[in-house]
Ligand binder design. Structure first.
Ligand SMILES: C[S@@+](CC[C@H](N)C(=O)[O-])C[C@H]1O[C@@H](n2cnc3c(N)ncnc32)[C@H](O)[C@@H]1O
Length: 433
């Protein structure tokens, strides 16, 4: 690293774009790059600070509220960012304490606005106190990891899953997630796991706990693997064999799986930009799929489909550990709007399917409105569909994810001792002839 302030300043710019300008973490990095070109280790370090801050923001703000009973004045937006970034380094990163404190003090001393500059003694005092009290603060978080989460999600999950499961889920969500790989040829699982020093998961993925640049992995250039959380790889495994339409396909992990199973696949999505990533992956893996850019709600295939995957747009709260910005950008209103879109998509797809056709519906959401409630309402609206219960033998090692109706509800706390899982809901239906 060159100048120790530069990556930290960049990290605060990322946080500013996410928290104050409502941009995604990736979008925020792109925006920050427009002001400060940043490459290599500096850029990775900045991204880690921003990611750790977002992943633990609920707890960081809890500490700030405790240390500063009057709070940070509204006009001191930069001081707020400096404090949050500094606490992330002190509490959640392996950064020397003096470097975290001194750099934060230097950043606030050089702030553009006078009010922020006036916060220099406060920043200094708060961060020094956090260094002194780190052990007791981390013990507090360990006893109640849900404190790190956005309040609205913690409240909802406590209601849906109970206080104990909320804590178990939060513990996984605030940890660094593993990297899961799906394989073009399932027979290669053991050999690739050995070569990559990973572990074989019972559902077919290879899991790496030591994070690395995926493009540098053995087998990547030859297209033998792609990144996909183990939970995200389940829906495509649950669709009976035959040609398939993937209705919300981009960026395409599930279409790749379906194509690798030897099916003819139509991969449809309304986003041409996101489908471009599927095109790249098809070229890299040597797999084939017919790509259609269209709004699913306005598209009808020439022949009524018999096999359909509907991985509907959703709040994505099940992927919070990989996308810690999600919980701070979305709200219950988004869940409501997305649940409405999901029911429209379900109805449209149900309306064009062939008799005896099978649909797998899934969402990477932990919200019952997008999963259990959605499916209950669908089956009430559409008596011409019946649930095709998913069975334990289809989900090796994941009996705990099967609910009494035969739907799948994965939680981040499943396989917690191996790094957890993204939260998914999956149901399967058959159109009754
Ligand atoms: C959960 S993501 C799909 C992930 C994908 N199945 C995979 O495995 O990589 C949802 C997708 O739905 C697409 N989408 C949202 N509304 C749509 C619509 N009305 N018609 C078609 N695609 C839509 C989004 O562009 C997004 O790519």
């Amino acid at each position: 690293m060159t100048d120790s302030l530069a990556p930290r300043r960049f990290a605060l710019a990322i946080l500013d774009h996410v928290l104050n300008r409502h941009q995604t973490l990736d979008g925020a990095v792109d925006q920050a790059l427009k002001t400060w070109p940043m490459i290599g280790l500096d850029r990775s370090f900045a991204r880690v600070i921003a990611t750790k801050a977002l992943r633990n923001l609920g707890f960081i703000d809890h500490v700030l509220a405790d240390f500063l009973t009057q709070g940070v004045p509204d006009k001191c937006r930069y001081a707020d960012l400096v404090l949050r970034g500094g606490l992330a380094q002190i509490l959640f990163m392996d950064v020397p304490d003096h470097a975290a404190v001194d750099s934060s003090v230097r950043l606030i001393a050089g702030a553009k606005h006078r009010a922020d500059r006036g916060m220099k003694p406060v920043v200094n005092a708060v961060l020094r106190r956090a260094v002194r009290e780190r052990d007791s603060l981390l013990a507090q978080l360990d006893a109640n990891p849900g404190l790190a989460l956005p309040r609205w999600l913690a409240d909802r999950w406590q209601k849906a899953y109970g206080a104990e499961t909320l804590s178990d889920m939060a513990r996984v969500i605030i940890a660094d997630p593993p990297l899961d790989l799906s394989l073009r040829d399932p027979h290669e699982q053991e050999a690739l796991a050995k070569a990559l020093k990973g572990v074989c998961l019972p559902t077919g993925s290879v899991r790496l706990t030591k994070l690395s640049d995926v493009t540098a992995l053995e087998g990547f250039d030859e297209g033998r693997l792609w990144v996909q959380d183990a939970a995200a790889s389940l829906p495509a495994r649950l669709l009976p064999e035959g040609d398939a339409i993937d209705f919300c396909a981009a960026p395409g992990g599930k279409s790749l799986q379906l194509a690798a199973q030897g099916r003819h696949v139509i991969a449809l999505d309304r986003s041409a930009r996101r489908l471009a990533r599927l095109r790249e992956n098809l070229i890299r893996t040597g797999l084939d799929a017919e790509i259609v850019v269209s709004d699913a709600l306005n598209w009808t295939p020439k022949q009524a489909p018999k096999r359909v995957l509907l991985d509907a747009p959703c709040s994505a709260t099940g992927t919070l550990r990989r996308h810690p910005d999600t919980g701070w950008l979305k709200s219950p209103v988004d869940v409501e709007k997305l649940a409405d879109l999901q029911s429209k998509l379900l109805d449209h797809v149900a309306g064009i399917m062939a008799d005896d056709g099978v649909m797998v519906y899934c969402v990477c959401s932990l919200e019952p409105e997008e999963g259990e409630d959605q499916v209950r309402a669908f089956l009430q609206r559409r008596p011409d569909f019946e649930r095709m219960a998913i069975t334990p033998d289809e989900l090796p090692g994941l009996d705990m994810a099967l609910n009494k109706d035969g739907d799948v509800r994965t939680l981040p706390s499943h396989w917690a001792d191996q790094g957890g899982l993204d939260g998914f809901f999956i149901a399967r239906f058959r159109k009754i002839a």
